[in-house]
Design a protein around this ligand. Structure first.
Ligand code: 13P
Length: 259
């Protein structure tokens, strides 16, 4: 059974200015150097990617885009292609964040196209999935996450799975201070892994990293990451504070090397 390297992503969303982005990235890189068993990825706003790429150069911290067009280069005003992200030093791409699904109306077919565009450009893709509060209250969590995994991974070949991470982010937990209990989150992660197993095979499913996101803080990270199928976190608010983010990276380091 493969070991899964724990991973912590910092999704800065639409925050920072050039000067703070560089300083924050520098602090994250310095901190990550002391936790070598964790893969750390920063997702700054697109306009600061080059700034942050310069700061992270030579460090162990990877760089990702928060979004990319499903199109390749061409007449698409205002869009950024996955190839452009590669060009400025990104190795990763977020797809399907709830703020794009629910705030901007992105549907599974579009997200599947973006996922393919990212993989084709040579980026590792972090696919975000998760149910809304309404869906949870209607007891539809399992159906929603299974449908999202199936639709968003359509036509993704098994060989591409090593370039894919899934982030389970219950929408009601994002930026609200509410977190899924470690047990509830674990149950969904196990279901996601089982779904990947039924779409592909057990080996691919057990190798797939599945991160939790939604109000992860230094105080709850260790309990979440101790769960068998939670392989790290995708962090919003706490990723804007270098000390808090570092504490979360360290919590992931302590949960290392499961299979
Ligand atoms: P918060 O950590 O602020 O809840 O955000 C989570 C998130 O959306 C990460 O992508």
């Amino acid at each position: 059974m493969p070991d899964r390297t724990p991973c912590v992503g910092g999704n800065w969303k639409m925050n920072t200015r050039a000067a703070d982005a560089g300083a924050l990235a520098k602090s994250v890189a310095d901190g990550a150097a002391s936790v070598p068993g964790v893969e750390v990825i920063l997702f700054p706003p697109a306009i600061y990617l080059q700034e942050v790429a310069g700061t992270l150069s030579g460090s162990s911290v990877a760089l990702g885009g928060q979004d990319a067009s499903e199109q390749s280069d061409g007449a698409w005003t205002g869009q950024i292609s996955a190839g452009m992200l590669r060009d400025v030093g990104c190795t990763h791409l977020l797809v399907g964040h709830s703020e794009r699904r629910h705030g901007l109306g992105e549907q599974d077919a579009l997200l599947n196209a973006k996922l393919h565009a990212g993989l084709e450009a040579g980026l590792d893709v972090m696919l975000c999935i998760g149910e809304t509060l309404q869906e949870r209250q209607a007891d539809r969590t399992a159906d929603v996450v299974v449908e999202q995994v199936q639709a968003d991974l359509a036509n993704v070949p098994m060989e591409a799975l090593s370039s894919l991470t899934i982030a389970y982010e219950p929408v009601w937990a994002i930026g609200t201070g509410l977190t899924a209990s470690p047990e509830d989150a674990q149950a969904v992660h196990a279901l996601v892994r089982q779904t990947v197993g039924s779409l592909y095979d057990g080996t691919s499913a057990s190798a797939m990293r599945i991160l939790y996101g939604g109000s992860v803080k230094p105080g709850n990270a260790a309990d979440l990451f101790a769960q068998a199928d939670i392989d790290g976190g995708l962090i919003g608010g706490a990723s804007l504070d270098a000390e808090q983010f570092q504490a979360i990276v360290e919590a992931a380091g302590q949960s290392c090397c499961r299979s």
